[in-house]
Design a protein around this ligand. Structure first.
Ligand code: CP
Ligand code: NVA
Length: 302
């Protein structure tokens, strides 16, 4: 049975812990993994990318496979070829697909018509590869991913949605603070709360950034305007109280770290001063995209 990674909850908690452990081994150079030897992996990007594209291209190559970058606008998809036909055609050539696009449903549809692994490289709804690498980064700093508090401050976007589900699944506390009207997806909150019944995680959504950050071990932020929402620029005025700066951070735990998935808009969601203070963590997150995704692919393509 093929396995996809469309949502962080497509993996079991134990598998996530195994991926973190294996990613750290790969990072240290303790193991070489050639699980993709002779395999061709299509990387479909309907939106821009720096980290995700590069980390998958390099990762597939390092695992002995052939990465094929496919810019969405250069394909017949951009001229309306149906996803169910695209999926069935690609299944004749490729061994796996990594896709970044707008609609999450489109990725689910692709998975139905492509009989090998599909990896979600970001949709408007979720960004699970990012959170996998971030969990590795948290593990490297705290030696655990359970019994911590992650505060996400800013827009209730794909990254916020994924944090909520990850917290429920693994069993750490998540508090998401957004301005009114910019809360995370109700569907993600629902899934997180359901998962949290098993793990005991606390899942909170608030409009008060100070409340969210209180006693947090990780203060996380992301852009206020996500890809595809560029017409929402005027909303920035409403986000003024949601900048991660020294004042906000003073409410977090004494040893709190600040994380950002990048790209950053300094002076908006994060002050330049705090960004630079936590640059080591933030660029480790970017590096860990490579290792965590290699560990993920090793599991999916077994
Ligand atoms: N964090 C992240 O996904 O970065 P890119 O948009 O550059 O891939
Ligand atoms: N929320 C951002 C994440 C970028 C990696 C976006 O979707 O643009």
């Amino acid at each position: 049975m093929k396995r996809d990674f469309l949502n962080i909850s497509d993996l079991k908690k134990d598998e996530i812990l195994q991926i973190i452990d294996y990613a750290i081994k790969l990072k240290k150079g303790n193991v070489q993994d050639q699980s993709l030897k002779g395999k061709s992996i299509g990387l479909i990007f309907m939106k821009p990318s720096t980290r995700t594209r590069l980390s998958f291209e390099v990762g597939v190559y390092q695992m002995g496979g052939q990465p094929i970058y496919i810019q969405g606008s250069s394909t017949q998809m951009s001229r309306g070829e149906e996803i169910k036909d695209t999926g069935r055609v690609m299944a004749r050539y490729l061994d796996g697909i990594v896709i970044r696009t707008y609609s999450h449903k489109e990725v689910e549809d692709l998975s139905r018509y492509f009989d090998k692994p599909v990896i979600n490289a970001l949709t408007d709804y979720l960004h699970p590869c990012q959170i996998l690498a971030d969990l590795q980064t948290i593990y490297e700093r705290f030696g655990k991913v359970e019994n911590i508090k992650v505060a996400f401050v800013g827009d209730g976007n794909n990254v916020a949605n994924t944090w909520l589900i990850a917290g429920g699944l693994i069993g750490f506390n998540v508090s998401v603070a957004t301005p009114e009207g910019f809360e995370p997806s109700g569907k993600a909150v629902h899934e997180a709360l359901k998962l949290a019944q098993e793990t005991g995680a606390s899942i909170e959504v608030t409009n008060d950034p100070v409340e969210a950050v209180k006693d947090a071990d990780v203060v996380y932020t992301d852009v206020w305007v996500s890809m595809g929402q560029e017409n929402e620029k005027e909303k920035k005025e409403l986000f003024k109280e949601f900048t991660v700066n020294r004042h906000l951070l003073s409410h977090a735990s004494k040893n709190a770290i600040v994380m950002h998935c990048l790209p950053a808009h300094k002076g908006e969601e994060i002050s330049e001063e705090i960004f630079e203070e936590f640059a080591d963590v933030i660029f480790d997150e970017a590096e860990n995209r490579l290792h965590a995704q290699k560990a993920l692919m090793s599991l999916l393509f077994k």
